[in-house]
Ligand binder design. Sequence first.
Ligand SMILES: *[C@@H]1O[C@H](CO)[C@@H](O)[C@H](O)[C@H]1NC(C)=O
Length: 251
Amino acid sequence: MSWSTIFFICMALMLSTQTADGYKNSRLTHCVFSSNYLHDAEYIDSYVFNKVENIRFNSTVGHFVGYTEIGIKNAEAWNKGPELAQEKTRLEGYCKHNAAIFYSNILDKHVKPSVRLSSGSPSSGRHHAMLVCRAYDYYPKQIKVTWMRDGQEVTSDVTSTEELVDGDWYYQIHSQLEYTPKSGEKISCMVEHASLDKPIEEHWDPSLPESEKSKIAIGASGLVLGLVLTLAGLIYYQRKKSNGRTLVPSG
Ligand SMILES: *[C@@H]1O[C@H](CO)[C@@H](O)[C@H](O)[C@H]1NC(C)=O
């Protein structure tokens, strides 16, 4: 499924460039492929003078084709000469060879997303609550984020960004669900991706948001510390009192 994307690896070989007087003669080789089996790989070699393509070799066609008067003349000659035999080796030797390197080093790699679920403020006003599910730093691009409510997929009041390009081959996506909370319900965000054996499911804990929990935790720690100190003080006081009693001689 992820291989449906066609990757254009355009390696522009500017074999001869003369710009000083406004002329530009260029040769562009392309390798176009969409599957790691490389059965559909196509090698294209274009000869362009001042933006006009004169000749093209297309590996699927199998010979040079001229598009201008000079191009047609040259294509005819090259199709009879050693140029054609050389060009025919390039699909395997250049195109598929490099495509395989791209697949093994990048395109076939899978990197797991890290998923975070948090609450936010609803924007529409139709609902009281909003959850945001974010998946970060994954590869490849294709991903599926779904919201589950009591085991059922939720599709209404869900908005999502596209898969956002991080610029370092990784992607991120943000999906939000606006909803009206019901007591006892179970809400989760489920992320499916090629890097995962089974989906990542993050369950929402509706009890209290993290910030509130940490406030309570700080308060509780303070209370415990206070009690410990009070107890210590009390024991100290008791012992001092009883020690004092024995030290004071009677009579
Ligand atoms: C190469 O030739 C094939 C077969 O005619 C064609 O389908 C394809 O579009 C051509 N590719 C380019 C870039 O010209």
